[in-house]
Design a protein around this ligand. Structure first.
Ligand SMILES: NC(=O)c1ccc[n+]([C@@H]2O[C@H](COP(=O)([O-])OP(=O)(O)OC[C@H]3O[C@@H](n4cnc5c(N)ncnc54)[C@H](OP(=O)(O)O)[C@@H]3O)[C@@H](O)[C@H]2O)c1
Length: 335
């Protein structure tokens, strides 16, 4: 039985690492085109490798392929035939150009997209954690949070989360839910060894103070921390805008090379990969305050990321990686 972290003060327990499923968008829609389309048979194998590796949760969103990620994930879980109470589903509502009313209105659409899960679900609602994907909407943060809280009260979800909320908005969502006797379970934020903004802008400290879990997205910095692009894997052959990001260019890779060398050295002592060390650091550096959701485009990536659950870093290794990560982030900004 893998270790689990409590998601904030909610009743949900997740393994420190989950699977992000933006990659399952079937390359549809604006957000979905970021990734090449993955054939459904491979999605099934990715989900299977994830569960076999001991991971107990999946993160999806309506905006990932306009429902394609939800459908693809649900179909894969149905095909695998795993019991509904063996995994947690985190979904997200997209607030842009909408009011709070769209939360209740689009919820049945979310349930329909995830219908393949509903068919074997008697024990749990289809969605465990429902998140507000980002804070910008025609309604105030408080109204959005209250609307989400009503879904919990109605038994349609188990917990409320937010994503990309700064400290002040996170506190406001937390406070509004508290008036309903509900916790804000999580804030999903970009966080990795080289993306440390939440350590500086008050989000991480406030999350620790209020008992809100940070769900780290892009924990491998979209592949940089695996070291494969330093080894010559060519980003220009990949679909999507990563090839235009400075961190994937020669100058960016030079900035992160010392960190990757450090990840490699630590990995060698644990007989594991640099990516596994990067994931272990993410979910161990701050006790149980941070969980991570790496995405995967192949079953071998998913299996490897799940195996990071078994890597235990020493306090000295955590501290060294912490320092090298900060230095790499600074170097990336200078270049
Ligand atoms: N809330 C938000 O606003 C938000 C924003 C971004 C992401 N997310 C969520 O967070 C999840 C993860 O973020 P992300 O996909 O941006 O970044 P990530 O997890 O850091 O990177 C995923 C990519 O890294 C490569 N990779 C993963 N594991 C690997 C391994 N073991 N070995 C070699 N390469 C590996 C793959 O690239 P290739 O496909 O090129 O092989 C994969 O597609 C997403 O799926 C999504 O669910 C949320």
């Amino acid at each position: 039985m893998a270790t689990t972290y409590k998601l904030g003060k909610s009743p949900i327990e997740v393994t420190p690492i989950g699977l992000g499923t933006w990659q399952f968008s079937r390359s549809r829609g604006f957000a979905g085109r970021y990734w090449a389309s993955i054939p459904q048979e491979r999605v099934v194998e990715i989900a299977r490798a994830t569960l076999d590796g001991g991971i107990n949760w999946f993160d999806t969103a309506e905006v990932y392929g306009n429902g394609a990620s939800e459908e693809s994930l649900a179909e894969a879980l149905r095909e695998i035939g795993v019991a509904r109470d063996a995994y947690i589903i985190a979904d997200k509502w997209f607030p842009a150009f909408r009011t709070k009313r769209s939360i209740a209105k689009t919820f049945p659409v979310r349930e329909r997209s995830l219908a393949a899960i509903a068919t074997n679900s008697t024990v749990r609602p289809v969605i465990d954690l429902h998140q507000i994907h980002q804070p910008f909407s025609f309604s105030r943060v408080e109204s959005q949070a209250a609307e989400m809280g009503r879904l919990v009260d109605d038994g349609r979800i188990r917990a409320v989360g937010v994503s990309n909320f700064n400290e002040s908005r996170m506190r406001r969502a937390h406070d509004r839910l508290a008036t309903m006797g509900l916790p804000l379970a999580s804030n999903q934020m970009r966080y990795s060894l080289i993306d440390r903004e939440i350590e500086r802008n008050g989000v991480l400290d406030a999350a620790k103070e209020l008992g809100i879990t940070i769900i780290a997205y892009s924990p491998l910095s979209q592949g940089i921390l695996t070291g494969r692009f330093h080894d010559g894997d060519d980003i220009r052959s990949k679909q999507g805008p990563r090839k235009w990001l400075r961190r994937f260019k020669t100058v960016g890779l030079a900035a992160t090379r010392p960190l990757v060398e450090c990840l490699r050295a630590v990995a060698a002592t644990h007989d594991c990969s640099p990516a596994q060390v990067a994931l272990a650091w993410t979910v161990q550096m701050h006790g149980t305050s941070i969980v991570a959701i790496p995405g995967a485009s192949s079953p071998s990536q998913a299996a490897s990321n799940a195996a990071a659950l078994t890597v235990r870093l020493s306090p000295e290794e955590l501290a060294e990686l912490d320092e090298k990560g900060r230095a790499a982030e600074r170097a990336l900004k200078k270049k």
